[in-house]
Design a protein around this ligand. Structure first.
Ligand SMILES: *[C@@H]1O[C@H](CO)[C@@H](O)[C@H](O)[C@H]1NC(C)=O
Ligand SMILES: *[C@@H]1O[C@H](CO)[C@@H](O)[C@H](O)[C@H]1NC(C)=O
Ligand SMILES: *[C@@H]1O[C@H](CO)[C@@H](O)[C@H](O)[C@H]1NC(C)=O
Ligand SMILES: *[C@@H]1O[C@H](CO)[C@@H](O)[C@H](O)[C@H]1NC(C)=O
Ligand SMILES: *[C@@H]1O[C@H](CO)[C@@H](O)[C@H](O)[C@H]1NC(C)=O
Ligand SMILES: *[C@@H]1O[C@H](CO)[C@@H](O)[C@H](O)[C@H]1NC(C)=O
Length: 609
């Protein structure tokens, strides 16, 4: 579905680490915007077109410097095709570089004033450093603190219906409605109980677009617009595009994404700091896990500085597992599962998104087309405008693209991501259970304090069988991963109440859907596996809390209906062991199976012949 990339490339929006972007296929420009007085002047003689790109940019720079003076120290050569536009300065055409890529490349590689020896990092004289008691908000406060969004991001006033929550996996995480998953409960400690442990699984924070996009893809649209910049003119709601450049990088965290993880670390310390007492008593420190990918490591570091404060060295140990082809890794399980590279099995979601976009974006396409004369605006382009809104907002703090759509169209966008991830990652994805089972095996090992029996999925014996790198007796675990893996894990756990609607249709949004990606797998999404002891319940209990919403465990065999979503740990473990036993990694990941027409799954398993 993505002709520019090899068919062996992994398909998802999020977990794709490679960097062979299409971004660089046009003559993109890495510089500051030019003041208006500079770019309205003709900057290209005909002879410039004949010079090579590099020579051309240099000549242009010199010429422009002469025209604009020292206040105009940057340049925008555009591309050859665009140049003739500048000879008609009175026509209101898109700027020759509209759609081109702008990069600022901070920090400079060899700054002239960098003298680390003059800036020692440890000068002593810290003053007194006594610490106090650990906070325990989930036990001590009368209510649970709600995380409502993103104070540093600006959205248009016309979208005050909560546009940030209508972006599927691109939404910043927020506390879902108390009853979102069907239970009237909340994460604070139920009466008669005390919390004894926490297994915390979270996603990285807001990032730039990934290098790969199955449908849409901001960089691809920027390339198309940039290549055709001399041909199109925008007006009306789209007039801003005449001066617009593409400013997004790839893959890495945005400043806001950094804040999300820092805040998450602080909020978890406030809620569960008391669990650290257990480490002091046993003379140990926690082990948190993340992966090698830049945004994964940066997310874990920001979480740690929020959770432990600066400096965090010595307070915990960070396991950085390798996310790369061939490495067993439960937090990046697709890297050893060949069938997840087969698009006929792993990218069925694209067709659903495409079909649905053709329904909900029809009006928008008709509305926007006359405002972009000279460019053939496809449904997919309009879809990218919506992606652009989300990405620009979480990267740059505001996006003009957000103003272009109605609330209903944002609901449509949100649903397009439900479709995509239902079929490509969650309960509707035939590899979900296998890809999620490694983490479930680890969870069971930790809950039972018993090493993993057989390494026959994505688990890594070297790490998992070593009690230092994979401790079993701790009261607090923190693991960082991708949204696709969170969705695999929710499916592998058999949280079937989240899949109650069954296969999602591509022609309308079903009422009361229980599978909403903006609630399950947004940026910095987080799952609390809370362990409790209660005088009202026999034996240790577990409950699962996704983005502060308590998930019913009644779909898991042996788990009773319980108003706070609790299940006895032994019942839970027995059911999960059952599912582990039913899972066949070799068949699922290596088997030669196909998907019959009309076949579907709601348990994340492949067809069995
Ligand atoms: C297990 O993880 C370690 C550390 O990341 C890595 O060196 C090793 O290659 C992995 N083993 C397998 C079989 O992938
Ligand atoms: C890696 O995973 C494969 C497939 O499950 C398994 O056969 C192998 O033993 C694992 N290797 C390690 C070191 O865990
Ligand atoms: C610490 O926590 C672990 C895991 O919950 C538990 O097994 C152990 O008894 C606790 N130790 C102390 C000293 O509280
Ligand atoms: C949606 O939920 C409401 C309230 O729970 C219920 O009354 C209604 O029948 C449900 N609709 C569908 C289509 O399931
Ligand atoms: C998994 O979920 C399905 C569907 O709700 C249910 O029939 C099955 O019993 C569950 N299995 C286990 C082991 O929990
Ligand atoms: C993997 O090992 C477990 C025992 O730890 C077993 O129940 C399960 O069936 C095995 N899966 C495969 C695919 O061999």
């Amino acid at each position: 579905m993505d002709p520019e990339r090899g068919s062996r490339e992994y398909k998802d929006y999020d977990a794709e680490p490679e960097r062979e972007s299409l971004l660089h296929s046009t003559n993109t420009i890495h510089s500051e915007p030019v003041p208006h007085s500079c770019y309205t002047r003709p900057r290209f003689g005909v002879n410039h077109l004949l010079i090579s790109f590099v020579a051309g940019t240099l000549a242009c720079f010199l010429a422009q410097y002469a025209i604009c003076g020292s206040s105009c120290f940057s340049y925008h050569p555009g591309n050859a095709a665009a140049a003739p536009v500048a000879t008609e300065p009175l026509r209101v055409l898109a700027s020759p570089w509209a759609g081109s890529t702008e990069r600022h490349n901070f920090p400079p590689t060899t700054p002239t004033n960098a003298f680390p020896s003059l800036f020692p990092t440890n000068v002593g004289y810290a003053g007194g450093t006594p610490t106090g008691a650990e906070p325990a908000v989930i036990a001590t406060a009368p209510s649970y603190p709600i995380h409502s969004g993103a104070p540093v991001l600006v959205t248009p006033e016309s979208t005050n219906y909560g546009i940030l929550r209508k972006w599927g996996n691109l939404s910043p995480w927020y506390s879902v409605d108390r009853t979102a998953f069907g239970l009237d409960s909340s994460p604070e400690t139920p009466e008669t109980c005390r919390v004894t442990g926490l297994h915390f699984l979270h996603r990285h924070g807001a990032r730039y677009p990934t290098a790969y996009a199955s449908y849409g893809g901001p960089a691809k649209l920027a390339s198309r617009l940039g290549a055709a910049a001399s041909k199109w003119t925008a007006s009306g709601d789209l007039a801003f595009m005449n001066e617009w450049t593409y400013k997004l990088g790839e893959e890495v965290l945005t400043p806001f994404g950094r804040q999300q993880l820092f805040d998450l670390g602080i909020s978890m310390r406030m809620k569960y700091g008391f669990l650290l007492k257990n480490f002091t008593e046993t003379n140990t420190i926690p082990v948190f896990r993340t992966e090698s990918q830049d945004r994964m490591l940066a997310s874990a570091m920001n979480f740690a500085i929020g959770f432990f404060g600066y400096p965090f060295e010595g307070q915990y140990q960070q396991s950085i597992t390798i996310e790369a082809a061939g490495f067993n890794n439960t937090l990046a399980p697709y890297k050893t599962c060949p069938n997840s590279n087969d698009k006929s099995k792993s990218d069925r979601g694209r067709a659903y998104v495409e079909k649905w976009a053709g329904v909900y974006l029809k009006d928008a396409q008709a509305r926007l087309t006359p405002q972009l004369v000279g460019y053939d605006l496809s449904i997919e382009d309009v879809y990218v405008f919506q992606q652009m809104c989300a990405y620009e907002t979480v990267a740059l703090g505001y996006s003009k693209f957000c103003e272009l759509f109605t609330e209903e169209e944002w609901d449509g966008f949100d649903y397009s991501l439900d479709l995509y991830f239902w079929y490509n990652s969650g309960f509707g994805f035939p590899l979900a259970r296998s890809l999620g089972i490694g983490y479930v095996q680890e969870l069971v090992a930790r809950l039972t304090h018993t090493p993993i029996e057989t390494h026959n999925s994505s688990t890594n014996a070297t790490l998992n069988d070593n009690p230092i790198t994979f401790p079993l007796g701790q009261s607090l675990y923190v693991d960082a991963t991708h949204e696709v893996v969170v969705l695999h894990v929710l499916a592998a756990l058999n949280l079937s109440t989240l899949a109650a609607q069954g296969p999602l249709p591509a022609d309308h949004i079903p009422a009361n859907r229980s599978f909403k990606v903006s609630e399950l797998a947004p940026f910095a999404t987080n799952v609390q596996f809370q362990l409790l002891e209660c005088t009202s319940q026999p034996g240790p209990q577990i409950r699962i809390i996704v983005n502060d919403g308590v998930v019913p465990l009644t779909g898991i065999e042996g788990c009773p209906e319980q108003k706070d979503g609790m299940c006895p740990v032994d019942k839970f473990v027995a059911a999960e062991k059952d599912i582990i036993g039913q899972t066949d990694w070799i068949y699922d990941c290596h088997g030669d199976w196909g998907i019959p027409d009309g076949w579907s799954t709601t348990t994340g398993e492949p067809p069995r012949s």
